[in-house]
Design a protein around this ligand. Sequence first.
Ligand SMILES: NC(=O)c1ccc[n+]([C@@H]2O[C@H](COP(=O)([O-])OP(=O)(O)OC[C@H]3O[C@@H](n4cnc5c(N)ncnc54)[C@H](O)[C@@H]3O)[C@@H](O)[C@H]2O)c1
Length: 314
Amino acid sequence: MINLNKAKVAVIGSGLIGRAWAIVFARAGVEVKIFDQSKEALNECLSLIKALLEDKEKFGLLSEEVSEILARIYPVETLEEACAGVVLVQENIKETVEAKLEIFAKLDRLTPEDAILASSTSWLPTSLFTEKLKGRSRCMVAHPTNPPYLIPLVEVSPAPWTSQQAVDRAMAFYAAIKQEPVLVKKEIHGFLLNRVQGAVLNEMLNLYEEGYASSADLDKVMKYGLGLRWSFMGPFETIDLNAPAGVTDYAARYGQTYADVSKTQKDNSWDASVIKRIEDERRKVLDQEKINERSRWRDNRLMALMKHQQDQPK
Ligand SMILES: NC(=O)c1ccc[n+]([C@@H]2O[C@H](COP(=O)([O-])OP(=O)(O)OC[C@H]3O[C@@H](n4cnc5c(N)ncnc54)[C@H](O)[C@@H]3O)[C@@H](O)[C@H]2O)c1
């Protein structure tokens, strides 16, 4: 059993994702040391985190006062201070192999030997930046979905040399802080979520490019169709329920058709002229200056959806 009230973690990088992780850890009762190499980023992080927490409070998504959660987050000015006595480090610095190699070498030296070292990287496999480390058996990717304080999925993706014990401890820790960890059993580019998202975008781009539908109608396929079910159950559970006797029955009825259709599906090069046409269609419904405003609207919708899901019986 993990005692979260006694646990201490380090959040390295106080940008978009680092700030969001700080909320996730602190709202679970964990003490957070947050470090950024930019003094400016570090100085402004608490006020930015406070504004995010206040938004969550408005939607009834906090079980404590904003000030109580904020009081567990300590910006610190050195990496040494951030790493002292931690059980886990969540690294959120820039997305290059060189930067990850450098920071992981430092983290390996500065943290207690049994601390988990986890990277939020969106695309880089653990083995690209941990191979030479003494403590490589405790390193892994723990890729969040933006923003992790609203979307709970964490993809835990170890390297071949990561120990089972470290993976088990990380999975248990993320579950204890109320995220939903999934295990990527073998390293693969893009982990799981971005590969699935890529497959959907690939098909949408092909359907658009070949003139089957407008970008707005293709978005509606998700918004008014698939997305409604997929917000609370996955595609495998969906097909299990879409034939009277389950998955095998579904495959017997429709499997061959899907297999035939898959032969007509192909890759897509994200051609600039096609992207430009989609951009033009999007700008007719949303001015570029209004993208930030619309992003806030999206986050509020997400919070309302989270509140609804939180209130459902398990
Ligand atoms: N933005 C997303 O949607 C998203 C989603 C999931 C994962 N990620 C991953 O999270 C990581 C961070 O992304 P972000 O969007 O928060 O970037 P960001 O640019 O908002 O923040 C990065 C921060 O790291 C700091 N930094 C850079 N090098 C550093 C170093 N050596 N030591 C300490 N601080 C350092 C920068 O000053 C900056 O404040 C990336 O690996 C990214 O792939 C991003």
